[in-house]
Design a protein around this ligand. Structure first.
Ligand code: SAM
Length: 283
């Protein structure tokens, strides 16, 4: 699409409205076994990854998402050692989990090898070498079958999936959420992305109900990722105990300071505040 002779990338996630990005260069484009993949350069957001016409991550604002799906559960829990990431092919969640020196192992189960390889090559700042960390293990498989078959147990499961269209669809199901609960340790935490609630209310509501049906402690929490457009980005929280989510600000602060990690978005104050929802999200 062009105007004034420029090229634009329109995101087509929603029916009656779109966002679009000026393209300064198409870095790579292909149809993988699972999805349409494009990585392109933009004047403001840096490099952008889109899958099946949906913006996945941009160099400029990815921290607001990856820091909130990792540091919130890890600093709330206080002694996470073994982590499972489902999806997350760009490596951002892997990078931020590994910033915590107490983490022993991160198993990442990504269905599409091309996403990992092409993001490492053309979007290296997102994973920032995380795939080479000896604590990380990459498994190319469907997350749905992995959680059914694994005999490993985890303190934290992060479902960093695409939206429920295409290969991610089975990851938005009672079956998958229950299977994840079975491989969580007694004080384990389950985190999932659940869309922009103002324009994907159905997704957020269904996630919240599913979490309440399956986990002892269920909640939604919020971040703001400008390129996940049209409102708060909603994250789902399911835990087998209520202890972690009620960790007080002083404990979160001391754990954050002890972790000695740099962040662009996460702060202990935002950690405490992010579970406060606007009235329209009180489902
Ligand atoms: N941060 C992005 C977001 O919030 O939407 C998503 C990050 S990542 C690019 C999403 C990944 O989920 C993709 O690499 C995709 O291949 C992967 N994925 C989709 N369905 C999957 C499945 N069933 N099992 C494992 N990975 C899956």
């Amino acid at each position: 699409m062009t105007n004034e002779g420029l090229n634009w990338y329109p995101e087509t996630l929603h029916g009656s409205f779109q966002q679009r990005f000026q393209i300064t260069e198409i870095i790579y484009q292909s149809k993988t076994e699972y999805q349409d993949l494009v990585i392109f350069e933009t004047p403001f957001f840096g490099r952008v990854l889109a899958l099946d016409n949906v913006i996945q991550t941009t160099e400029r604002d990815e921290a607001a998402y990856h820091e909130m799906i990792t540091h919130v559960p890890i600093l709330a829990h206080g002694s996470v050692k073994d982590v499972l990431i489902i999806g997350g092919g760009d490596g951002g969640a892997l990078r931020d989990v590994l910033k915590h020196s107490a983490i022993k192992k991160v198993t990442m189960v990504e269905i599409d090898r091309n996403v990992v390889e092409l993001c490492q090559k053309f979007l290296p700042s997102i994973s920032d070498g995380a795939f080479g960390d000896p604590r990380s293990e990459l498994i190319i498989a469907d997350g749905l079958s992995f959680v059914k078959e694994t005999d490993q147990r985890f303190d934290l499961i992060i479902v960093d999936s695409t939206d429920p269209i295409g290969p991610s669809l089975p990851l938005f199901s009672d079956e998958f959420y229950s299977d994840c609960r079975k491989v969580l340790r007694p004080d384990g935490i389950f985190i999932c992305q659940s869309g922009v609630s103002f324009v994907q209310k159905d997704e957020a509501q269904k996630t919240h109900k599913r979490l309440k049906d399956i986990y002892e402690d269920a909640a939604l929490y919020l971040t703001v990722v400008p390129t996940y457009a049209f409102g708060f980005m909603t994250l789902g929280w399911g835990a087998r105990s209520t202890t972690a989510r009620s960790t007080d600000i002083n404990t979160v602060c001391s754990r954050f300071n002890a972790a000695n990690i740099d962040t662009h978005y996460y702060t202990p104050e935002i950690h405490i505040a992010c579970f406060s929802l606007p009235a329209y999200m009180h489902y």
